[in-house]
Ligand binder design. Structure first.
Ligand SMILES: [Zn+2]
Ligand SMILES: [Zn+2]
Length: 100
């Protein structure tokens, strides 16, 4: 029996709410309080693609099945590779919301 080993071993980073385990489904649930843009915050590591505001916390989305609690963005990433975690943390630390 041939097994096509095309798939990587399950090591993908999972994204889920640290409080209730809700997993974002790719919807644009997050609204920027600075410019009003809505987007999928996990596409951009919690940075508004419209005005560049960096968010440290990400709220869970109750109307999509979540719990409405807010957690540090970094805590949403599970099984994060060490380098990737450092990468994201450095982004989050450097990119304070900046009023230019
Ligand atoms: Zn914005
Ligand atoms: Zn939640």
């Amino acid at each position: 029996m041939k097994s096509m080993a095309k798939k990587q071993p399950m090591k993908e980073e999972k994204i889920a709410c640290p409080k209730c385990d809700w997993e974002p489904d790719g919807g644009e649930y997050w609204g920027c309080s600075t410019c009003g843009h809505t987007w999928d915050t996990f596409q951009t590591a919690a940075r508004c693609p419209s005005c560049g505001t960096q968010y440290r916390h990400t709220q869970c989305i109750p109307h999509a099945g979540g719990c409405s609690q807010s957690s540090p963005h970094i805590d949403w990433y599970r099984h994060l590779d060490e380098w990737l975690r450092e990468e994201i943390e450095s982004i989050v630390i450097v990119a304070e919301p900046a009023k230019v």
